[in-house]
Write a protein that binds this ligand. Structure first.
Ligand SMILES: Cc1cc2nc3c(=O)[nH]c(=O)nc-3n(C[C@H](O)[C@H](O)[C@H](O)COP(=O)(O)OP(=O)(O)OC[C@H]3O[C@@H](n4cnc5c(N)ncnc54)[C@H](O)[C@@H]3O)c2cc1C
Ligand code: FES
Ligand code: FES
Length: 1372
């Protein structure tokens, strides 16, 4: 995958009208004024003096005009041809609510709504799009709506915004505007969508905080309660006075000559070909959706001299039914889906619904809304390794393409080798397929949504319906993702022709032919060769299997309910427009549930196939998700324990919440971009910034030697350099900083800096490599209790094993950012930091100035998750140095790539263990070596914490835990939500699973046997007087009917060979560390009106710290919450403040504020005693007049008896359904019971439980960081290759209970911390999958213990099933 490049800078140039080209010398020049206004004109070439005529059939525009939120804007060549709509909106201060992060269609925070004409039905419709991928000049005539345009706090929230608030659908709020706009666009078109329709629309929006459930609930609430569409459609056209329908601009030709490229918009094919003819010698790019640059950076507009927008070429938008279905190149993927479903009822076209369904899984809504099928095919042509879904579908069904200007007809396969210089894809022609033809398509991807497939396949076969299923003609078996060259499995196609598919030997022959024929490429991210081969063969097996078992049954009509056979019950759900098939075993046990489109004929069993194999043919289909939440509240204590929405929720939902990059730039402000090393283990030889310095707008390059003070960005432990001074420790290390007048110029400049290296050596990028090369940091102390080695040796049973975990990226949507402004006395800084004191101190040291000269403040973060504790210090220090050297304000915001490559993450782990136990599974001795990949810096080591959590909830008399940090050429790693605890607990759970499996026992029973009991002591010496884990296990067993569901799972597994279920219960004990949580707070009561301002040392990053502080303050002072205002954290009012992290920021800040309030109450009490029922204001003013100090400050510096103040407890039960043939799964149900004490705000704490759990699902199932072993470069540093959970990766049925009647005697206001502990419960999903795999391995005759490493990706899951082609049969 080539790198994705952000846009080039905007460049200044005078206005230029459209150009004419001389037919002799091709020179382009500006026609004389008034010439190009229609008709034929004569002109003289300004270069060769040739006199020529040209025709201007209509006025050619040189500017684009569009409206945003009802206001008209005009833009011309003062902008670069590469400027995106997002850049325009933000740089011109039109919309700061519209965010950006990845700039590649991978996150959705840039979503806006535009009105587009749909060529399928001719209607003008709203479409959500990624403004980051949309070129500005495409927007001519568009009506654009941003989050500000639909509702504001001042004028009233739009119902969508209000629902997001009411359902607690925002935490850090960075994703919220994008979520709102996706929904807005959907409701504009369909005011009464089904829940499924709503859920499907969010495939392009990432939220890292909430776990999606509250967002989806907020949005799905519109499925039933529909606001008046006219209320939503607020935009009124200034011309007509009617609701805006967009597209009111004339479709005139457009020609903008900007300094970096020429931009054309022809209105006809002939004009298009004329333009292409004029620019034969230049690099020309046609552009439609312009989304391809989100996949491959080389297709970005910045690489071309001439860009031709083909939106207005009417001939490319046609749809016609001739002998084929003819679709113009300008149909978007969304148009195609709509068209295909509408035409699929016509004779010969039933296959269109199959490929339409497939297309709805391609990319995501915002891309499908604007991306064309033709652009997709060209993407495939330019990058043959790309597993284009459009390509396999068109090729398999036998479509042809018309290529202009000479109307050549080619197949999609022939198109791949067609020279497209000066040519255009005009149409695709989809044939009718004869009776008895079956089309089945498949795609299996690492993530359910918005993800490239490992392998995709489209298979077309014509079969005789008779019992032997004869293959009547050569089938078409098309695969993507196998290799650059493989398209058809030709040998298998030939093998099958004329054969009888019902014959099991034919089946085996075909599968073996395919297995031999395919020679897949290994891809570290998108699947090993072995897995890809297995998938492709499974596709064929599935399709044969399906056909062999299919016979045409009656067509089911809506609302029909009928028992068709003793095995299947069909019911139509009209809301979902789907047929639900409930499959019943003879014992009437519900064993599976599938959804099929209403148009399909239904499936029933063939007596000749073993029923156990039937489910192999069906793909897993995810039902609409739902959630339940249950918690206690103590009304007497309100607003404490009241489930209130976040204070900032309205500002977040309306886009008014200001993040640092939304602060309007200060006059003269500069921008910085880091220059990163491309080698992982080398010496810098030279750094040459000369090419960068020539780029307009680039001001300066700074490196290590320019730092006035210390070249260190680590506030603790070993020094870490701000800029590398010579020895490169990892690829991605900061070598210097380019400073420029715009972000785009800074990014261009950073790419242009030339660096040479000497002494280049192979980097160490894996733990195994580090162990082999003995690359260790000094070992922290072992934890030793009893004699583990001896106990293991003397145990009747023992096992040894090893388990690994990958490094996890924080994926905070707001990347690292700081803004530094030199001031009279020093430096003013706003920084996205969880540790203001650390960033302030490090900046001062880098500048060589007193800490007191630095004023640092932080209002909110767009997510932190630990990244912004230590790692913001790096960004802030570099930014401060840049500001000091240029004496200008500097903003330094890391692009996603820099953020992922330069900054450390959760360390990868490997644990080697030995365990001794009794015949029952009681632990006797446990020995674990924790290898922690700390990266290049010892500061990244979290292995001591892993040992603190290593026992999880299990008692054992003998422990030996050995923390072992290894040194690699990776970034210096850092804390990520649940640092150390997450691997520590997962390792112990793996051990218990191993013990249970080796004994053939139920893992839950072995867990219960070993649980801590009240009064026992942990390996770190903590006495457990309040351990409630046994009670939680019992309660969850009842509330989640665990025991009965285990039996159902077993029955399901006995009845099915290719689908398996698994269920796992994981308990967690999570120690809450108070020491080091020092927090300053200040509460001021104003005598003017009695309002209260609070400044505290905690940082609001989505967890709701400000809301909880407000609740506490209001409660203790006895005033309404709206009198309380929380101020941004700053390093004067909250000097020396600790880290907001480790789950304790909220409770300790609340405690500090509580102390302040109690001081104030005490001071005011004597005055109050002298008054008779004073109002709050009367009391305040009386106190003021009597000289009472109405400001209180408190410094909290906790000391605790044990290393942890107390433990949080929780239990989760996860149930999955798993496709043995592909590795895909559904997380069908998750029940969590979590002990939050007496929650200060249960609504927010439920959000923390859900968000943390889904964060953990990412760690355990999806997110893998991979490095190039040759250079050490991170090869998963973008949204294409790194996949955090999306909205369909969450549990289908997600039930959260906060433990009731559980006041915490050791907590703040009886509460317990919640930010991190629930993350560790998410391993239950991994273990549920492991149990499903165990069932599959049992069927494969290999029921042996195995360890499932994290993340258990789809590929890894399938690979563990030990499936072989020989097992792909109809009958055992
Ligand atoms: C986040 C994301 C996820 C994606 N996921 C998938 C996926 O899962 N599966 C998949 O198959 N694809 C996927 N894609 C690719 C997506 O389908 C394509 O980017 C899109 O269809 C391209 O259409 P476009 O109109 O935006 O093309 P553009 O970006 O406008 O153009 C792409 C190329 O096609 C050329 N071109 C466009 N139209 C014509 C024409 N009529 N004649 C000749 N040349 C032309 C352009 O010159 C350019 O070189 C994804 C893309 C993104 C951004
Ligand atoms: S910034 Fe546009 S999708 Fe991420
Ligand atoms: S609230 Fe969605 S990313 Fe933070």
């Amino acid at each position: 995958m080539s790198s994705r490049l952000p846009s080039s800078p905007s460049r200044q140039l005078g206005t230029a009208p459209g150009l004419v080209s001389c037919p002799v010398c091709q020179a382009r020049h500006v026609p004389f004024p008034n010439q190009p206004s229609g008709g034929v004109f004569a002109s003289q070439c300004q270069q060769c003096c040739h006199v020529f005529k040209f025709r201007a059939s209509a006025p050619t525009k040189s500017t684009v005009t569009f409206t945003v939120n009802g206001k008209q804007y005009t833009a011309g060549n003062e902008h670069s041809a590469t400027t995106s709509l997002n850049q325009f909106l933000r740089q011109n201060h039109v919309s700061f609510g519209t965010k950006f992060m990845c700039r590649e269609g991978g996150c959705g925070c840039c979503t806006v709504a535009v009105m587009l004409t749909n060529p399928v039905d001719g209607k003008t419709e709203s479409a959500s799009i990624n403004s980051c991928l949309c070129p500005l000049f495409v927007c001519d005539g568009w009506t654009i709506t941003t989050v500000e345009g639909i509702g504001q706090q001042r004028t009233g929230l739009h119902p969508i915004q209000q629902h997001l608030v009411d359902y607690n659908g925002s935490q850090c709020g960075f994703c919220s505007p994008g979520m709102v706009m996706t929904m807005y666009s959907l409701l504009e078109n369909n005011p009464s969508p089904t829940k499924r329709f709503v859920e499907d629309a969010f495939d392009g929006n990432i939220c890292r905080c909430t776990g999606y459930r509250p967002i989806l609930d907020a949005m799905k609430s519109f499925a039933k309660q529909v606001p008046d569409i006219e209320d939503i459609r607020t935009k009124v056209c200034k011309k007509t006075g009617k609701p805006c329908e967009g597209g009111c601009s004339s479709q005139n030709s457009l020609h903008i000559l900007s300094q970096d490229a020429q931009w054309y918009r022809p209105t006809s094919l002939s004009e298009l070909y004329q333009i292409l003819g004029q620019h034969k010698t230049e690099s020309v790019r046609l552009t439609f959706g312009s989304t391809a640059s989100g996949v491959y950076g080389d297709l970005g507009p910045w690489n071309y001299q001439v860009i031709v927008d083909i939106h207005a070429v009417k001939e490319l938008s046609t749809i016609a039914v001739t002998s084929t279905l003819d679709v113009g190149a300008n149909l978007t993927l969304a148009n195609l889906i709509q068209l295909f479903f509408s035409k699929s009822t016509q004779a010969g076209y039933s296959y269109l619904s199959t490929i339409g369904s497939h297309l709805s899984r391609v990319a995501q809504s915002q891309v499908r809304n604007v991306g064309s099928w033709a652009g997709n095919l060209v993407l495939k042509q330019k990058h043959p390794e790309f597993p284009s879904d459009v390509f396999i579908l068109l090729e398999a069904v036998g479509a042809t393409l018309t290529i202009g200007p000479n109307s050549e007809t080619v197949t999609p396969l022939e198109f791949l080798s067609t020279d497209m210089t000066g040519r255009v894809v005009e149409q695709a022609h989809l044939p009718t397929l004869p009776d008895k033809t079956y089309v089945r398509t498949y795609r299996v991807a690492p993530r359910t949504q918005n993800c490239q497939a490992y392998v995709n396949g489209a298979l077309r076969m014509r079969l005789d319906k008779g019992p032997s299923f004869t293959v009547l003609e050569q089938p078409s078996l098309v695969f993507g993702g196998i290799s650059k060259t493989l398209v058809h499995a030709t040998k298998t196609e030939q093998f099958l022709t004329g054969k009888q598919l019902g014959d099991q030997t034919v089946l085996q022959g075909a599968l073996n032919t395919l297995f031999t024929e395919l020679l897949p490429d290994d891809d570290p991210v998108f699947g090993s060769a072995a897995y890809k081969k297995q998938l492709a063969v499974a596709f064929l097996y599935k399709v044969k299997h399906l056909h062999y078992n299919t016979r045409l049954a009656q067509r089911v009509k809506p609302e029909q309910l009928s028992v068709v056979s003793f095995r299947f019950l069909f019911r139509v759900n009209s809301e979902e427009d789907k047929v639900h098939i409930y499959a019943f075993a003879p014992c009437d046990l519900l064993i599976s549930c599938h959804f099929v489109s209403r148009q399909f004929c239904l499936v029933t069993c063939s007596a000749s196939v073993d029923p156990k194999y039937v489910s192999g043919g069906n793909n897993l289909v995810r039902p609409v998700s739902s959630g339940q939440q249950s918690y206690d509240t103590q009304k007497m204590e309100w607003p404490i324990t009241e489930p209130l929405p976040k204070l900032e929720a309205k500002a977040q939902a309306t886009g008014e919440a200001e993040y640092i990059n939304d602060i309007p730039p200060i006059d003269g402000q500069l921008y910085g971009t880091f220059v990163l090393s491309t080698e992982g283990n080398a010496q810098i030889q030279t750094i040459d910034p000369s090419a960068a310095l020539k780029i307009p707008g680039v001001v300066k390059f700074i490196s290590a030697s320019d730092i006035p003070g210390e070249n260190n960005c680590s506030p603790f432990g070993a020094a870490e350099e701000i800029f590398c001074s010579g020895k490169v420790e990892y690829a991605g290390q900061a070598l210097g900083l380019i400073i420029a007048e715009s972000l785009a110029a800074a990014e261009d400049g950073a790419r242009s800096v030339k660096v040479t290296y000497s002494n280049v050596q192979a980097p160490i990028v894996s733990i195994q490599d580090a162990i082999d090369k003995k690359s260790f940091f000094p070992k922290p102390g072992d934890v030793v209790v009893g004699n583990a080695e001896d106990a293991i040796a003397k145990s009747p049973k023992s096992v040894t094993g090893s388990v690994s975990m990958s490094s996890q990226y924080h994926f905070h949507l707001e990347t690292h950012i700081s803004q530094c402004t030199p001031t009279e006395g020093g430096m003013s800084i706003v920084a996205s930091t969880q540790f203001p004191d650390g960033s302030q101190t490090i900046a001062a040291k880098a500048l060589g100035e007193p800490v007191s000269s630095i004023d640092l403040s932080v209002r909110r973060l767009g997510g932190g998750f630990g990244a912004k504790i230590l790692k913001n210090c790096h960004v802030t220090a570099a930014c401060a140095v840049a500001a000091r050297l240029t004496i200008k304000p500097v903003r330094l915001m890391e692009g996603l790539g820099t953020n992922m490559e330069m900054v450390g993450k959760r360390p990868a782990y490997r644990a080697d263990y030995q365990v001794g136990f009794t015949e029952d599974g009681q632990l006797n001795g446990v020995k674990i070596i924790y290898y922690c990949d700390s990266g290049y810096s010892p500061n990244g080591d979290t292995s001591p914490t892993a040992t603190q959590f290593g026992d999880n909830v299990y008692h054992c008399d003998n422990w030996h835990m050995i923390p072992t940090p290894v040194k690699t050429n990776c970034p210096g790693h850092t804390a990520v939500r649940g640092p150390g605890a997450t691997p520590g607990i997962f390792i112990m759970e793996t051990i218990i699973e191993h013990v249970a499996k080796s004994l053939g026992k139920d893992p839950t029973a072995v867990k219960i046997l070993n649980l801590y009991k009240k009064g026992q002591t942990t390996p770190t010496g903590m006495y457990l007087p309040y351990c409630s884990i046994s009670d939680l296990m019992t309660q969850l067993d009842t509330s989640a009917q665990v025991s009965s569901r285990v039996q159902q799972v077993q029955q399901f597994n006995q009845a099915n060979r290719w689908k398996k279920k698994g269920l796992s219960v994981v308990p967690v004990k999570y120690g809450i560390l108070w020491e080091g949580g020092y927090f300053n707070s200040l509460v001021a009561i104003y005598n003017g009106d009695g309002t209260v301002a609070v400044n505290h040392g905690g940082v609001e990053m989505g967890q709701g710290i400000n809301t909880k502080v407000s609740q506490v303050c209001a409660r203790i002072l006895g005033i309404p919450m709206d009198l309380v205002k929380i101020k941004p954290t700053d390093t004067l009012s909250a000097a020396n403040t600790g880290v907001t992290g480790g789950s304790v920021g909220s409770e300790l800040t609340c405690k500090a504020v509580m102390e302040c309030c109690q001081m104030l109450v005490a001071r005011m009490a004597p005055v109050k005693a002298k008054m008779k029922d004073p109002t709050w204001l009367q009391l305040v003013q009386k106190c003021f007049s009597e000289g009472i100090d109405l400001t209180a400050r408190y410094w909290l510096f906790p000391k605790t008896q044990y290393e942890f103040q107390y433990n949080s407890y929780g239990v989760a039960c996860s149930e999955v359904e798993f496709d043995v043939l592909t590795g895909e799964y559904l997380l069908n149900r998750v029940d969590i019971l979590f002990d939050c004490g007496e929650s200060i705000n249960p609504a927010l704490d439920i959000g923390q439980v859900e968000g943390a759990f889904v964060f953990g699902l990412g760690f355990h199932l999806l997110e893998e960081t991979l490095y190039d072993p040759k250079t050490g470069q991170n090869i998963t540093s973008d949204t294409w290759t790194y996949k955090p959970p999306s909205s369909k990766d969450i549990p289908v049925d997600f039930r959260i209970q906060l433990l009731k009647n559980a006041p915490n005697p050791l907590g703040v206001l009886k509460s317990k911390a919640v930010g991190e502990p629930p993350l560790c419960l998410s391993s239950s999903a991994l273990f549920a999958l492991k149990h499903a795999i165990e069932a599959a391995r049992k069927d494969a005759g290999q029921d042996t213990p195995f360890v499932l490493n994290s993340p258990a990706t789809v590929a890894r899951l399938q690979e563990n099933c030990l499936t072989a082609v020989s097992q792909f049969v109809y009958k055992p």
